[in-house]
Design a protein around this ligand. Structure first.
Ligand code: HEM
Ligand SMILES: [Cu+2]
Length: 589
């Protein structure tokens, strides 16, 4: 891993990059603020504690919450971190600042369009709405502006990836024989995964949803748009996680006072995510009729393989942090934990986020199991699960990481470490309440995505505790979470308005204990890994997609769906291949 040379700070050395990163973070944090506010309203509304909106508007806010937090906040923050990581680890500026501003501009325009379409739902006379939730598949339909905004946003992310690949290509010309610096390696593998997986959602939006919302085509095949969404919808969870992993692998060990345990292991983990994250999306569709059980079973076994890179990460990151603690004089089996810098909000926030991720991993295994999934499907368990993963492992790492990253791009000192510490602990505590209660509420059968879970003449039962107590915990947790976001935004705002300092943070990143030299060079052969990842996708999706097109009445739907069989898809593939062969034969003969 290249280290920042000289004593100069990132902002002095790369002023254009710092400006891009600041702009990305700004939009991420504004989205975080609005999204968290909607989250608070939802949590209070559905638990019947305080109702400030009409229940009919619940979907509008829920869509805003999901889109602004799970798509806009996470991805804009990722773009900032990746832009920082590439410039820092290659030790060179981007090829063209204008190009960088182009993707920031495109993504921002897309965000504004999509948000206007969503919030338009609150103004009845406008005739505009996009209450389709962040999963935006048919048959729910949004105003065309929503899909057009999304398409612009996605194309913007493609350009951001191109920006980093261009930097890498220029660096490669000057350093023909060197190993790819670790942070750049992480960015590039993540972006390859993103290119492969966003292809699905781009096809869905451009060829089906936009023409359908404009009235150019009459119907779509809902199962097809669902499948294309989940083809992208599972890998997006790794797109959220990878910036957090990048910070855990390359920054957390340093904050702990140590060094990354193994650079080669980190590379293997990122490659495993590239290979394994796309061919599993069908595990979100265990309950969809129209997909044969056999394909669901294959998706389930593939999903279980994905535990491996996460467990490797847990091992490597904990080993690196323990090494740091021992460098600081920590001893004993567990007593070394006491030697860690718990007063540093960047460290503590990331460590708590990692701990929560372990809990999220367990509930994720339950989601992934085909049979046990039926118990929790579409219940409040599901948001309970992903508020631990994206809502904490990712979001809390991003907030904690900001306490270390933002000063580097603004050149100012963090406004308040104690407020930062209070903030990350408050998030942790709030999430313990909200998420734990959501999991339990889900087990009691309380549905997700509804303003009115308190049905008339129907009582949910809990094995321990009461429904009342669960509601109180969700409302209390949600309130703590919202207050935590307020503290975060306040601290970051005052930080960026503060006075410039010569040395805002110690930005030096030490070399790993075991560097890349010992690992095979084939790990850096990105073209080969991309090829393998593409083959796995073709293997995993060809037959199911063919079946979905056939069972769902064709590419544009219309016909009556028929029950799924494995052979349905097989027939379609065979007919297509035979007719292509016959056509070719006709040309040749
Ligand atoms: C102030 C903090 C937050 C609060 C109070 C909150 C609250 C909630 C609640 C109560 C729901 C369930 C709504 C329902 O199913 O009826 C929900 C859903 C959701 N939340 Fe959060 N949340 C917060 C932060 C986050 C963060 C940081 C993320 C992601 C980065 C996130 C992503 C989501 C998503 C994707 C959904 C599902 C939306 C859907 O079902 O379409 N939330 N949130
Ligand atoms: Cu998934």
């Amino acid at each position: 891993m290249a280290t920042a040379s000289g004593g100069s700070e990132f902002v002095d050395k790369f002023p254009d990059e710092a400006a891009i990163i600041k702009a990305s973070f700004l939009i991420a944090f504004v989205s975080l603020g609005i999204g968290a506010f909607f989250g608070l309203i939802q949590a209070l509304h559905r638990t019947n504690v305080l109702r400030v909106i009409d229940s009919a508007d619940y979907y509008t806010l829920l869509t805003g919450h999901g889109v602004l937090l799970a798509i806009v906040f996470t991805i804009f923050f990722l773009c900032g971190v990746f832009h920082w990581a590439v410039a820092r680890s290659l030790d060179r500026p981007a090829e063209s600042a204008l190009f960088s501003w182009a993707w920031v501009g495109l993504m921002t325009t897309g965000t504004v369009l999509a948000t206007v379409a969503i919030l338009g739902g609150l103004v009845p006379n406008l005739g505009m709405s996009a209450d389709v939730l962040f999963t935006f598949y048919a048959p729910l339909q949004a105003h065309p502006i929503f899909y057009i905004g999304l398409a612009m946003f996605i194309v913007g992310t493609w350009l951001s990836g191109a920006d980093w690949f261009l930097s890498y290509r220029a660096w490669r010309q000057d350093h023909p024989d060197e190993r790819i610096p670790l942070q750049t390696f992480m960015v590039l593998t993540t972006m390859i995964m993103w290119y492969i997986s966003t292809l699905g959602v781009a096809v869905s939006v451009v060829f089906f949803l936009i023409p359908w919302s404009l009235g150019l085509i009459e119907s779509v095949n809902p199962l097809l748009t669902r499948t294309l969404f989940w083809y992208f919808g599972h890998p997006i969870v790794y797109f959220w996680l990878m910036p957090a992993y990048l910070l855990w692998y390359t920054v957390l060990p340093k904050l702990a006072g140590g060094r990354l345990f193994s650079d080669p292991l980190a590379r293997v983990v990122f490659l495993l995510f590239l290979l394994l994250s796309t061919p599993v999306g069908i595990h979100h569709q265990y309950l969809d009729p129209g997909i044969a059980e056999g394909f669901k079973f294959i998706a389930m076994t593939n999903t279980m393989f994905l535990l491996l890179p996460s467990l490797l990460t847990a091992f490597t990151v904990v080993a690196s942090v323990e090494h740091g603690a021992r460098q600081r004089g920590g001893e004993g089996y567990l007593r070394w934990l006491g030697a860690l810098p718990w007063r540093d909000p960047a460290f503590t926030g990331m460590a708590l986020a990692g701990a929560m991720f372990a809990a999220g991993g367990f509930s994720g295994m339950i989601n992934a199991g085909m049979n046990i999934n039926y118990l929790i499907h579409n219940t409040l368990w599901v948001p309970g699960h992903f508020h631990l993963t994206v809502g904490t492992a990712v979001a809390l790492t991003m907030m904690a990481g900001s306490y270390w990253l933002v000063p580097q791009v603004t050149g100012t000192k963090l406004y308040s470490r104690p407020i930062g510490l209070l903030q990350v602990i408050m998030w942790f505590v709030g999430m313990v309440f909200m998420s734990n209660a959501m999991h339990r509420a889900g087990l009691a059968g309380i549905p997700r995505r509804t303003a009115e879970p308190q049905y008339q003449n129907f009582e949910f039962l809990t094995p321990i505790g009461s429904i009342f107590e669960l509601r109180v915990q969700i409302a209390l947790g949600g309130t703590l979470l919202f207050l935590s976001v307020v503290l975060f935004l306040f601290n970051i705002l005052l930080t960026s308005l503060g006075e410039e300092s010569d040395r805002p943070v110690d930005s030096y990143l030490p070399e790993p204990l075991s560097g890349p030299e010992g690992s095979p060079r084939i790990l850096d052969n990105l073209a080969m890994w991309t090829g393998i990842a593409a083959v796995l996708v073709v293997l995993a999706y060809t037959l199911p997609l063919a079946g979905i097109i056939q069972n769902g009445g064709g590419l544009f739907g219309g016909g009556l769906p028929v029950p799924a069989t494995v052979s349905a898809g097989f027939d379609l593939v065979m007919t297509t291949v035979t007719s292509a062969f016959n056509t070719l034969w006709g040309v040749v003969a």
